[in-house]
Unconditional design. Sequence first.
Length: 102
Amino acid sequence: MTLIFSSSGTAPSSTPSRPAWSRPRNGHDLAKIHALASFFVSRVDAEIDKRLDGIGTLQVLSLKGMAGIANARLAYQVYEELFATERWALLAEAGALPQRPL
C-alpha cells in the first residue's frame, strides 16, 4: 500500500518500478501482484482549512472543505495519465494490474 498526501506524491508511487519490469523475465506472474494507493483527503482539508481560518476573510472562508477534493481530483487525473502510457500498456500485456486508488 502506498500512502499519498498530495497529488505531487502520486506519480512516483504509481509509476511501475524497475523491479516490475524484471519480474516477467524472472518467471513471476504479474497478475498476482496487487497494490493500493491510499489518498488522504481529510488531512489535506484539515491543514488548508487551518490556514484559511488564519486569513479569515469571508471570501477565503467560503473555500473551506474544498482543497482536499480538488487535490484528490488532480491526483486521479495523474493516475489516469500514468496508466494510459505505452510503458504501462507493455506491463499490462504481461499481466500487470494497475495500482488501485483507495
